[in-house]
Ligand binder design. Sequence first.
Ligand code: DLL
Length: 433
Amino acid sequence: MMGIDELEKLPRQGIESIQLRRLQKLVARVYERVRPYREKMDRAGVKPDDIRSLDDLRRLPFTTKDDLRDNYPFGLFAAPLDDVVRVHASSGTTGKPTVVGYTAADIGVWADVMARCLAMGGVTTGDMVQNAYGYGLFTGGLGAHYGAERLGATVIPVSGGNTKRQITIMRDFGSTVLLSTPSYALNLADAMTDVGITLDQLKLRVGIHGAEPWSLNMREEVERKLGIRALDIYGLSEVIGPGVAMECPESEQGMHVLEDHFLPEIVDPETFAPLPPGEQGELVFTTLTKEAFPIIRYRTKDLSRLFVEQCRCGRTLVRMAKVTGRTDDMLIIRGVNVFPSQVEHVLMGIEGVEPHYQIEVNREGNLDTMDILVEVSEKIFHDEVKVLVGLSRRIQAEIKDLLGVTCNVKLVEPRTIQRSEGKARRVIDNRRL
Ligand code: DLL
């Protein structure tokens, strides 16, 4: 088994001096190469030379999803496209996705951090890793894949879906590790009963689950139904993808942040003032080593806390509490990030649709479902059934096109969706995680 990486056991001062050196280099790179960063820093009156201690990080402006949207698709890249070997994308808040890029060195860093996460979860070269994160623009599949290969385990790149085949493969290949979203892990567990495969026919030992929030109850259910140890992994495309933080089996306080590459902060979600360890707030990340898409003080909108106490496993890396909520209205539906504003964007592009809608999310079995209630104009509502069916199909198709998620569309009469007196209540999330 791979021992604990030396970097993960450094005393605070050791890790902080690495962070400072890398931060200084990164800020200089970004200032020199990325105009939007340079302009923001100039406006804030801060130059790369002003970064003399880690505390000076606070002088740098935040980056948000709006910055990514304003510079779509490649405007924040800090390397020429010639040096970019891969791009990934995730949901933006409206029609445009968030695009991120990687140089060959970045892909190497990503494989390293992901391999370290897997090792933290107890994965070794002897493991058969069934990677059920989706392959494609989503960072989950390829990110986990490169990490498992880097570690030297055997990877089964099965991707998401095709549930029955997954279970047969799991049995026949003797998969020992499952990489998937937690909801898909439960889905697999239930489908096992349907195909008549029992736990004693499997060699599954560990599950490494992330990409969406999941409660401790859900963890218990995954562990019981699959007979495994289920661990949490966190990451986001803007920072690198999966591999930003990982729970070790001994931690009772969240996930170890790979601090030599990603510098975490917690800020007050309203004032953005930095908060001390232990306090809940918005998680902010600065990448320390990325070349193509470095990001400075990225406001993730995820709510968490940081713990600085050393873990029982011996690692000194800061830990972040399980992410249970967000400061915005982003939903994660079957692993896909969905913003209500994206749904609105689609609806507003369609004639006869009123600007009143509601998104209802439920969990049936282990699958998330999304119903969209849409008010249509008086005229349309009294039109032929054919017209109504055509309209809901069109909305469904456009949403599928933009978001990659299938939803049920219910067209309703004008004035049936409750009007609110303050903020419209666009989302009713009935999932109890
Ligand atoms: O979900 C990367 C990933 C893939 C992480 C596979 C773990 C495993 P995005 O699609 O950009 O990237 O979505 C990032 O997902 O800001 C959180 O809101 C949420 N998220 C990710 N991991 C967790 C987790 C990938 N363990 C967004 N718990 C983040 C709760 C999570 N939420």
